[in-house]
Design a binder for this molecule. Structure first.
Ligand code: NAP
Length: 289
């Protein structure tokens, strides 16, 4: 396999991932809808492509890190999409958080071009992407994963094969379902403590040192108290993930009040002007009540 890798989508996650690949010595081409995000990577040695197809041409492996199903569809299969430009037997990897239904469809579309496909959503956030410390949840053919392993190792500290395509999307949605519900309930708990006039640091220590003190509650709780909303994970993307989780649950006959209620918190926060901020900002509309 050649060392040519393309990265499509240079947001909070994709930008860090591309930088790790450059650092590991891969020959990296990058593409992003908004070209400004590619400039620094160009200075670091990446080839800046003008379209997904331009980035993908000649690459052994193409990795997408995009907002949602619809954007993934456009970038892989739309006009100037990556799939049609890829060489037979090359590997397409989508690391975005997507539905199991879409990644299964995408795997079938890739096969029509003779392209091998892996879904590889991640746990970890902006900082882990920048440090090459993501955990990749992989669905697809184990032999394809073996061929792609050096690329995953450049971007992550753990690679977990979960089964066929669709398995990793399901686990990732379950993961973010729990994260989203925790963040939404945490925002309400913090708003309650503040409105009752408690010493907020003392009260939060009870929560973070006790049974509810998950990494999510500790990390996002700190940012809520500090009013630090520089984005690690944007509000609308958590709304998207909770919507996808609610749909996956509905597909197996579970109408999830939890996923729907948590999603509503993120949808309302975005509507209240917090859409460009970190998920910690969902506490702000509650502070204003
Ligand atoms: P982000 O910073 O908002 O980046 C989103 C990317 O999608 C950008 O490259 C953006 O391009 C592109 N995009 C959006 N709409 C588009 C369109 N219509 N056409 C073409 N490109 C479009 O988000 P992120 O945090 O990097 O997340 C990327 C994916 O990883 C998402 O699926 C997210 O759920 C998942 N994820 C995020 C985290 C996290 O903590 N941040 C963790 C795990 C998984 P522009 O720059 O032009 O807008």
């Amino acid at each position: 396999m050649n060392r040519k890798v393309a990265v499509l989508g240079l947001g909070l996650m994709g930008g860090g991932m591309a930088r790790q690949l450059l650092g590991a010595g891969f020959d990296v081409a990058v593409w992003n809808r908004s070209p400004d995000k590619a400039a620094a990577l160009g200075e670091a040695g990446a080839r800046i492509a003008t379209t997904p197809a331009d980035a993908a041409a000649g690459a052994a492996i193409v990795i997408a890190m995009l907002a949602d199903d619809s954007v993934s569809d456009t970038v892989w299969t739309g006009a100037h999409g990556a799939l049609a430009a890829m060489s037979p037997d090359s590997i397409a990897i989508d690391s975005s958080t997507l539905t199991d239904i879409w990644v299964t469809t995408l795997a079938d579309l890739a096969a029509k071009y003779g392209v091998r496909f892996l879904e590889a959503p991640v746990t970890g956030s902006r900082d882990q992407a920048a440090q090459g410390a993501l955990r990749f949840l992989v669905g697809g053919d184990p032999a394809t994963l073996a061929d792609a392993r050096p690329v995953f190792e450049a971007m992550g500290s753990a690679i977990v094969h979960l089964g066929p395509v669709g398995s990793a999307a399901t686990v990732k949605l379950a993961n973010n379902f729990l994260c989203g519900v925790q963040a939404a309930s945490l925002a309400e708990a913090i708003a309650l403590l503040e409105k009752r006039g408690l010493d907020i640091e003392q009260a939060m220590a009870i929560l973070t040192d006790g049974a509810p003190g998950s990494p999510m509650v500790k990390g996002v709780g700190r940012r809520m108290l500090d009013r630090d909303y520089a984005p690690h994970f944007l509000v609308p993307l958590m709304a998207k993930d909770l919507g996808y989780a609610a749909q996956a649950l509905a597909d197996v006959g579970i109408i999830s009040a939890m996923a729907q209620a948590a999603r509503q918190c993120f949808v309302e926060a975005a509507a209240a002007g917090e859409g460009h901020r970190d998920i910690a900002a969902i506490v702000e509309p509650l502070r204003k009540i």
